[in-house]
Ligand binder design. Sequence first.
Ligand code: HEM
Length: 424
Amino acid sequence: TPAACPAGAPTPPEAQGPELFTWEFATDPYPAYAWLREHAPVHKTRLPSGVEAWLVTRYVDAKQALADQRLSKNPAHHGEPAHAKSKTGIPGERSANLMTHLLNIDPPDHTRLRRLVSKAFTPRRVAEFAPRVQELTDRLIDQFVEKGEADLIHDFAFPLPIYAICDLLGVPREDQDDFRDWAGMMIRHGGGPRGGVARSVKKMRGYLAELIHRKRLEPGDDLISGLIRASDHGEHLTENEAAAMAFILLFAGFETTVNLIGNGTYALLTHPEQRERLQESLGDGGDTGLLETGIEELLRFDGPVELATWRFATEPLTIGGEDIAAGDPVLVVLAAADRDPERFDRPDTLDLSRRDNQHLGYGHGIHYCLGAPLARLEGQAALATLLRRLPDLRLAVEPGDLRWRGGLIMRGLRTLPVEFTPAQ
Ligand code: HEM
């Protein structure tokens, strides 16, 4: 917590630290995170929901906390029974009985479920999916390329991941627009009116249960069939576990990737020199140039997951010199850790060729992002294709006029209006 003042003296405003969770903070949280890293690196704060939680902002503490098994993912460990409910930020999951997924559980259950899903969701399956992602990317650009303008969130970053994950899971094409609508409801109203969101989650859950049932009778070459088939020492996923797994893959893989594409494109458009470097490096022959290091740098610089999902102390422990009590919630601020000058050279500079870049954008430890290979594939295809096909892409509004979503876990833009020379 910020340094206490001598008894009786009024606390000077700068010692109280920056105001968090305001509109300005949602637009640019990085100055506040710099202050916290320096003055209060493990800081107890009251969140907009009223829950008190510790924010961990230094890289070294963040990395350690992400791997600390004394910090449980199971919301039942939260000290305040009134709040002992889902803390993943996934709206409606509790009412739809989808809680037994990877981001809510600890070993040994986590180890078992993660091993099972890893057998179906392999890097090879993702690599084989590359041509389909490219086709989807091109199809979406085809739909606006003649107009000379687009909202890159609505027209591109939003539909791409939802269609991609639906295809991978084995949701038939004719049903994918339903998923698009349900996901749209969840993303638009994540922190807002619960009714519509809960209904969307319930519909999605009902649909997935039925799909799993159908795939059990008639398995295909898709990920849901793979999940049903996967077994470990004779153990299989139960139908409920398979539905929760499909749901977390959709949920964890959706808004994150929307924001990787949105935040990444925005960072490129506001750093013309870096964008030019990337554009020149791509070449016509399908060269990937700076794409690989570039995507990692965009994740470090302004990644989609601002705070890792909730953790709860199962016993008293110390992080960065602060005593955390059993039951206290701990939020690891990935966005702050990834700008820590103790770890990264010139951390506030976007450098697409950055080499020593062990960022925490995908987390760390046993909950490290399962979908990282798919996210990389989608991010690389999306940005490279945009820059190749719309070479003079530019923002259609001033950066200050853009609105950021003020959610707790995710960081992303509501809209990204752009202009470009229309294709003939
Ligand atoms: C976990 C980031 C895309 C599936 C995580 C975590 C982070 C993360 C930070 C760890 C959370 C924590 O420890 O509290 C991202 C980012 C993405 C992305 C930045 C896009 C750029 C995806 C995709 C999928 C996915 C495309 C799947 C299709 C998952 C799953 C977990 C996870 C299942 C939970 C793993 C576990 O608990 O063992 N992701 N993710 N993610 N991610 Fe991703």
